[in-house]
Design a protein around this ligand. Structure first.
Ligand code: ADP
Length: 589
């Protein structure tokens, strides 16, 4: 199965390079035995030449062949290097693309679990194993060819030598395989620490995080945390290498001993012979045979080692994703979205985060969701946008259960902006247009949106207007203020041609005037359905229906005036905010 997968990957992506790889390695594997043969011939020709200086021609021919046999591996190794890089480029592109394709199709719920990140990181940082595995396999075959060619010669001298040497290599092979498995297990076990160590490094080198760390003088504190993880990792890795060396040392010693023993046997075989060339060739052959067996053992255990990583990779690629065999309904237009008694629990939580939520949105209705921190507002948004694809979620799109909906087509009809939106280090055009890529070059549409979010003036003031680079990560970028970035993100949400806009705290970074102007325009003028999560009751009051959430439940619902008259949670929130904003007339109604 695994081999089949690897073979297919090579066959479809780089069969020409695979053939070159096999061919060059095959020729390379024959070179040592040819060299030994030529060396043996060379010695006898030298002997003849000493006795008869006129017979130089044969000597010169053998000598030239010897030189050629030395040059071939040298040239081939360079060609192999280039060929290997080409293969690595093609296969890495394929494996990494497959991982990314997998990420695109995965249930987002996976990304809420630390163990998923462990496996994800392990897989994504070991993509070179497919290339490695084929290299080891081909080397293994070359070494086997090399060993067989020399074996045929050695068997004509003494089969006991073959037996002794073969026996000596077995412990090494077994031990290497064992340590390759241990290596995989170690990487597995250390992954949470590795991720932690990388997390601290990222905190300490990232522009976004460094600002706060420096101002709180927290650099050394975090550095010491990084160092602690780093030292744990270093120690575990060192112990592993020490153990491995200790165990492999003794098995390599066995190889050395069996080699010496085989040497003694061969010397005793030749003790009555005066054929120096044959003796030298025999000793070289023993050495070659032993090296070949050694290499076979090493390639085999390395090959087995890479297979473990490839199986891991394949398991990851095979994780169930949202694609299923059922016929899925494509959504051309989103008329209604309904939730009926929704319960939801995160994989690592004991308690349910959402408990029995129901509501329906259609025909350009505007719903505001308000509630304390942690009451479940964002979780609810993640559920209704199809990020969590639990088959049983009671969400209905145009009356059809979400499990029967083609999610990509559903997402086409939605425009969602979370509070932790992305500030892309790209141009203004791309930052806004990424939500509707086909219209990214339409300046009129971009300008309309920029006007709605009060950004047109700022954009016109930039060197290249819509083609100005934003951010500070790349040379020539223009940094924006937090509020301006938020306006860009809002523009992105509005630019999308959707039927439902979902905004999760979309104006936290805006000044009150901009907030009022932009949201009034969106909520009053926009014909699309809108769900808006907000803390600001002034904004909520513009909605047709307000849902008040508390501890994962909708505890109150109605219009602004209805909710005020109930004199419950909403009224409490209203009173506290009225007190807070009382001097900002016009922002809070
Ligand atoms: P809100 O948006 O109303 O502030 P959230 O929906 O973000 O609230 O969170 C609701 C509850 O769910 C919180 O108690 C939070 O701890 C929990 N929660 C949020 N995200 C996760 C997650 N990825 N895994 C586990 N629990 C989570």
């Amino acid at each position: 199965m695994t081999l089949n997968y690897i073979f297919n990957a090579y066959w479809y992506k780089c069969r020409f390079n695979l053939i070159i790889l096999i061919l060059l390695n095959f020729i390379n594997s024959m070179i040592p035995i040819v060299s030994i043969y030529l060396f043996q011939k060379l010695i006898s020709e030298i002997m003849t030449f000493i006795q008869n200086p006129n017979s130089a021609r044969a000597l010169m021919v053998i000598f030239s062949l010897q030189i050629i046999s030395n040059i071939i591996p040298f040239v081939f190794n360079h060609l192999l290097n280039i060929n290997n890089q080409i293969i690595e480029n093609k296969i890495s592109l394929e494996t990494t693309s497959l991982i990314l394709k997998k990420v695109k199709n995965l249930d987002y719920l996976n990304f809420e679990s630390p163990s998923f990140y462990d496996s994800f990181q392990r897989v994504s940082s070991n993509t070179n194993n497919i290339v490695e595995s084929v290299n080891h396999l081909i080397l293994l075959i070359s070494h086997i060819i090399s060993a067989i060619s020399v074996l045929a010669y050695l068997l004509t001298i003494n089969w006991i030598i073959v037996f002794i040497i073969a026996l000596g290599v077995i412990p090494y092979t077994l031990m290497s395989i064992k340590f390759n498995e241990k290596n995989f297990n170690l990487i597995n076990r250390l992954m949470p620490i590795t991720r932690k160590e990388q997390y601290f490094v990222n905190l300490l080198i990232n522009r976004g995080t460094l600002k706060e760390i420096m101002l709180f003088n927290a650099f050394d504190f975090l550095k010491s945390k990084w160092k602690k993880e780093f030292l744990v990792l270093s120690e575990k890795k060192l112990n592993f290498i020490k153990n491995k060396s200790k165990m492999l040392f003794s098995t390599e010693l066995i190889i050395l001993l069996t080699f010496s023993l085989a040497g003694l046997v061969i010397i005793s075989d030749f003790k009555n012979s005066n054929m120096a060339a044959d003796l030298v060739a025999a000793i070289q052959s023993i050495q070659l045979f032993q090296t070949s067996l050694n290499n076979i053992a090493k390639s085999y255990s390395d090959f087995k080692g890479t297979l473990i990583f490839i199986e891991d990779y394949m398991n990851f690629i095979r994780i169930n994703n949202l694609a299923n065999s059922r016929e899925l309904t494509k959504i051309e237009k989103l008329y209604s979205l309904e939730i009926r008694n929704l319960y939801f629990k995160y994989p690592n939580n004991h308690l349910e985060t959402l408990k029995g939520i129901s509501f329906k949105i259609n025909n350009g209705k505007k719903i505001a969701i308000v509630g304390d921190n942690g009451s479940g507002k964002t979780t609810l948004i993640k559920c209704i946008t199809g990020l969590y694809l639990n088959e049983n979620l009671p969400i209905f799109i145009n009356g059809i259960p979400i499990k029967d909906i083609d999610i990509e087509s559903l997402r086409e009809r939605m425009s969602v902006l979370f509070q932790d939106f992305i500030s892309y280090e790209l141009t203004v055009r791309e930052n806004i247009g990424i939500s509707r890529i086909g219209d990214m070059d339409d300046n009129t549409k971009l300008q309309n949106v920029a006007k709605k979010v009060n950004l047109l003036e700022v954009i016109n003031g930039l060197n290249n207007q819509f083609d100005s680079l934003l951010g500070r990560y790349f040379e020539g970028g223009n940094e924006l203020s937090g509020g301006q970035w938020q306006k860009i993100a809002l523009g992105r949400a509005l630019f999308r041609e959707s039927d439902l806009i979902i905004l999760d705290e979309p104006t936290a970074a805006l000044d009150p005037i901009s907030e009022k102007e932009i949201l009034e325009e969106i909520l009053n003028e926009c014909e699309k359905s809108i769900i808006i999560v907000t803390h600001r009751l002034g904004i909520a009051s513009l909605a047709d229906e307000i849902l008040v959430m508390k501890n994962g439940q909708v505890v109150e619902r109605g219009t602004h005036d209805e909710l005020l008259s109930i004199n419950g949670e909403y009224k409490k929130m209203y009173d506290s905010q009225a007190h807070w904003y009382s001097f900002q007339r016009g922002v809070l109604r």
